[in-house]
Every structure is written in C-alpha cells, then in structure tokens.
Design a protein. Structure first.
Length: 143
C-alpha cells in the first residue's frame, strides 16, 4: 500500500519496520522518552524476542506466523474518555476478520482474541499520565 492512499490524518503516516527487535511496545516507549517519535507512528516487527504482554508476561513472535506492531498516539484528554478503548479495538479486529476473511473471532475480556477456543492474539494498551490527563497512548497488537 502506498502512503498516498491512506485516508488517515496521522495514524500510520510513519511506519518503522524492524526485522528483529526485543519489543515494539518497548521501542515506542524508548522513542517517546528520546522525543524521536511522531504522532501516529506504527512500529512493526518481523520477529519479537521479548514482546510485552499483560501482567508482565512475554509475547514471542517469529518471522513467519505472527504479526506484532505497536502504535503511538499523542493525546491530551481525561483518562475517563479512554475507558473501554482496548475492548473497542478488539471489537474492531473481530469485525475486520469477519468482513475481510470470513473468520469468526471471539473476545476473551479484556484483551485477548480467540479463534476456535485458542488464543490467537492480544492487545496491550498503556498510557502515560500528566496530572489528570493522558499524554501518551501506546497500543500493541500481537497475533
């Protein structure tokens, strides 16, 4: 896909691909700390060696059977406005897989995608607060 055909204003306008990386999620946070990431950047990995899951779990991927990416959104909103964002992302994945591939997925609350009883992916949403406002949203998707 050519970037010219994207209809988004910022999400995905910058994409960085790493053939192998420890974690796309950690890379986004590193770039936030350095101030080297632009709003809407997506970091994509061919292989993750120390992918980050919920509750400190690791999520490994390989070069052939998985996809791992994380995107960054600069925000300035109250945290209550983001309630349910992870489940909304999961619902969108379910819709996309059904519509494009005729594959039925289920959601195991709050962040897992399940196909025929097996976990096939997950969503990790993290935020950075400044006072009562969310400043950074980092969302990782793995399958």
């Amino acid at each position: 896909m050519q970037l010219e055909s994207l209809t988004t204003k910022f999400l995905g306008r910058t994409m960085l691909y790493y053939p192998e990386i420890d974690s796309t999620q950690l890379e986004v946070w590193r770039q936030i700390e350095k101030g080297t990431i632009s709003n809407g950047t997506i970091i994509l990995a061919g292989k993750q060696t120390k992918g980050k899951g919920t509750h400190g779990r690791k999520w490994y991927t390989d070069e052939e059977n998985n996809i791992a990416f994380t995107f960054f959104i600069a925000a300035d909103c109250e945290i209550h406005k983001l309630e349910g964002i992870t489940i909304e992302i999961a619902e969108t994945w379910v819709e996309v897989f059904q519509k494009l591939y005729n594959i039925s997925l289920e959601i195991k609350f709050p962040n897992d995608l399940v196909h025929q009883g097996k976990k096939i992916g997950g969503i990790l949403t993290e935020t950075k607060l400044k006072g009562e406002k969310v400043k950074d949203i980092v969302i990782g998707i793995r399958n």
